[in-house]
Write a protein that binds this ligand. Sequence first.
Ligand code: HEM
Length: 176
Amino acid sequence: LRSATRLHHQRVDEIYSAAQMGEVRSYGLFLLAQAAAHIPVERALERGGVGELVPDWKNRSRREALAADLLALGLQSPLPLEDPLYEGTEALLGALYVIEGSRLGGTLLKRSVPSTFPTRFLGNVDSSAWQALLAQLDDQLDTESKRATAIAAAQNVFALFEASGRRYLGSGYSAV
Ligand code: HEM
């Protein structure tokens, strides 16, 4: 999964790095970009039954934290760009990998966010939860065809983040 999405990660990294995390307006756009992808992906995971796949899903879910951060900045949760669909264990695991992995970069980014800004969404990496997910991926994605299904879902999630990142953080917006 990691190697199959390396270029996808590089693209979202570049797009989201355009945000000026110390500047409240730009930070708000960063959260909007995250939310327009993150919230519909979480909803799709739940519709697909992620709760049965990972018993600690309730602790992993971050969309309420994200909505609360937006509210604290006086922003509404954005309309979803798309309504994705992840069905079956393999697709769910692939999508979950991206959503959970995105915490890792969040920790790094959080360091540039002033302590007066709302940061319920960013960071909060629980390394044992991440390790447990990686072990589960290893265990359950045990054939080429299962891995291919997981990779397709992971790439779909990255594509959603890329599209919403471009929408909110692309040059048209940041120039305002
Ligand atoms: C400016 C934005 C971003 C930065 C600076 C960033 C940075 C990082 C860093 C440093 C890691 C490695 C952490 C470690 O190995 O301990 C990482 C991992 C990861 N990030 Fe990002 N990231 C960003 C955005 C995103 C986004 C938007 C997503 C997906 C929605 C994402 C998905 C992932 C995934 C899935 C991993 C795990 C890779 C693996 O080890 O298998 N990242 N990121």
